[in-house]
Design a protein around this ligand. Structure first.
Ligand code: NAP
Ligand code: G4F
Length: 329
C-alpha cells in the first residue's frame, strides 16, 4: 500500500473515464472511480474493468462525499472528468450544468486543499470555451468567447483550476481538449449519431438520419490517444495547461460522407436537416494548434479522420448485428 500509486477518477463511467481507467490500470495504479448513485447501474463502458478497479459513491454536488472520499483513499492524483458534457442539455438545464460542470470543480479543489494539498489535479477543460473564435487555429493564448452555458461553465472550471494553482500553490492543470470520439462516445453526440444512423440505414433498420448543422467544423480526434495526455500532464515537474487536438478540421457533412461511403452509400438521399437539432447559438469552427503539447509532452495524435470514422462505423455495424433479432422472430 505504501509504495502503490493511488488515483481517483471522477466520470469513470463516461467515454474518457473508461479509457483513462484502462491506461492507469496498465500503468500499475490502484484506480478508484467515483460513481454517483443511480437506480440502475450504468457500468457498460467499464464492465471489462470492474474487477481491476474500485468503485466508490460520490457526487460533485455533494461536498462532504468528496472530502470523505479523499480522506479514505489518500490518492496521489485526481482526474476530474465528471461533467454534464452535452451542449444542447446545457441550454435546457443551464443551472444544473453550472452546478456539475462549474461549481463541481471548486468543490473538488476545496476538498483537495482541505485533505491533502500535495494531490495532483487534472481538470477536463474544453475547446468549447473558445466559442466564437477570434483566431484560427486556437492555442493556449487564444482568448475565450464561449457560446453555450456548457462553455461558460467549463470556463469557470478552467479559471478556478488556474486560480487554485496561483493562490495556494496546488499542482492543478487543465487540458483544453478538442472533440475526441470513439465507439464509447455517448449516442447523442454527432459522430456516434452519424456512425449509428449510417449503419442503421445500411442494415435496413432505418430510412433516414436527421441532423442539425451540417456545416459546423470540428477538430475530431480518437479518445484513447487523448487520455494519454491527461496522465502525461500530471507527470511533469510543473503544472501547465495544454491545448490538445489534431490540427485538422472537418464538417459534420464530411463526417456523413465518409461514414456512408464506408458502407458503400451516398449520404445525400438519407441525411436530412431537422431544425430541432439546431442550437440557440452555435460554435461554427474549432481547430487546434497543439504545437506546445507536441514540443513539451512529445504527444501527437496517431489516428486519421478517415480511420476514426471507419472505427466508429465498424463498431456500430458489429453492435447492431449482435442486437438484431434473428430472421423470422
Ligand atoms: P461523458 O461520456 O459525458 O461522461 C461524463 C461523466 O461524468 C459520466 O461518468 C457521468 O456519470 C459523470 N457525471 C456527471 N455528473 C456527475 C456528478 N454530478 N457527479 C459525479 N459524476 C458525474 O463525457 P466524456 O466525453 O467522457 O468527457 C469527459 C470530460 O471531458 C467531461 O468533463 C467533458 O465535459 C470533457 N470534455 C470532453 C470532450 C470530448 O470531446 N469528449 C472534449 C473536451 C472536454 P453518469 O454515468 O452517472 O452519467
Ligand atoms: O457532437 P457534438 O454534440 O459536440 P460539441 O457540441 O462540439 O461538444 C463536444 O465537444 C466539446 C469539445 O469542443 C466537449 F467539450 C463537449 O463536452 C462535447 O464532447 O456536436 C458537434 C457539432 C455541433 O456543431 C453541432 O451543432 O455537430 C453539430 N451537429 C449537427 N447535427 C449535431 C447534430 N450535434 C448533435 N449532437 N446532434 C446532431 O444531430
Amino acid at each position: 500500500m505504501a509504495s502503490e500509486r493511488r488515483v481517483l477518477v471522477t466520470g469513470i463511467t463516461g467515454q474518457d473515464g473508461s479509457y483513462l481507467a484502462e491506461l492507469l490500470v496498465e500503468k500499475g495504479y490502484h484506480v478508484t472511480g467515483m460513481v454517483r448513485r443511480s437506480s440502475s447501474e450504468n457500468f457498460e463502458r467499464i464492465a471489462h474493468l470492474v474487477d481491476r478497479i474500485e468503485l466508490r459513491q460520490g457526487d460533485l454536488l455533494d461536498q462532504l462525499s468528496l472530502v470523505n472520499l479523499l480522506q479514505d483513499l489518500q490518492p496521489h492524483e485526481v482526474y476530474n472528468l465528471a461533467a454534464q458534457s452535452f451542449v444542447p442539455t446545457s441550454f435546457s438545464q443551464p443551472i444544473l450544468t453550472a452546478e456539475f460542470t462549474a461549481l463541481g470543480v471548486t468543490r473538488l479543489l476545496e476538498a483537495i486543499r482541505l485533505v491533502d494539498p500535495t494531490i495532483r489535479f487534472y481538470q477536463a477543460s474544453s475547446s468549447e470555451m473558445f466559442g466564437n473564435v477570434p483566431e484560427s487555429p486556437q492555442s493556449e493564448t487564444t482568448p475565450f468567447q464561449p457560446r453555450s452555458p456548457y462553455g461558460v461553465a467549463k470556463l469557470y472550471g478552467h479559471w478556478i483550476t488556474l486560480n487554485y494553482r496561483e493562490s495556494y500553490g496546488l499542482f492543478t492543470c487543465s487540458g483544453i481538449l478538442f472533440n475526441h470520439e470513439s465507439p464509447r462516445r455517448g449516442r447523442e453526440f454527432v459522430t456516434r449519431k452519424i456512425a449509428e444512423g449510417a449503419s442503421r440505414v445500411a442494415l435496413g433498420l432505418a430510412e433516414r438520419l436527421e441532423l442539425g448543422n451540417l456545416d459546423a467544423r470540428r477538430d475530431w480526434g480518437y479518445a484513447p490517444e487523448y487520455v494519454e495526455v491527461m496522465w502525461l500532464m500530471l507527470q511533469q515537474e510543473r503544472p501547465v495547461d495544454y491545448v490538445i487536438g489534431t490540427g485538422e478540421q472537418h464538417t459534420t457533412r464530411e463526417f456523413c460522407e465518409v461514414a456512408f461511403a464506408h458502407l458503400g452509400l451516398d449520404y445525400r438521399p438519407y441525411v436530412q436537416v431537422a431544425p430541432r437539432f439546431l442550437r440557440p447559438a452555435e460554435v461554427n469552427s474549432l481547430l487546434a494548434d497543439a504545437s506546445k503539447a507536441h514540443r513539451e509532452l512529445d504527444w501527437k495524435p496517431r489516428t486519421s479522420f478517415t480511420e476514426l470514422v471507419q472505427i466508429m462505423v465498424d463498431a456500430e455495424v458489429d453492435r447492431l448485428r449482435r442486437e438484431k433479432p434473428p430472421e423470422g422472430r
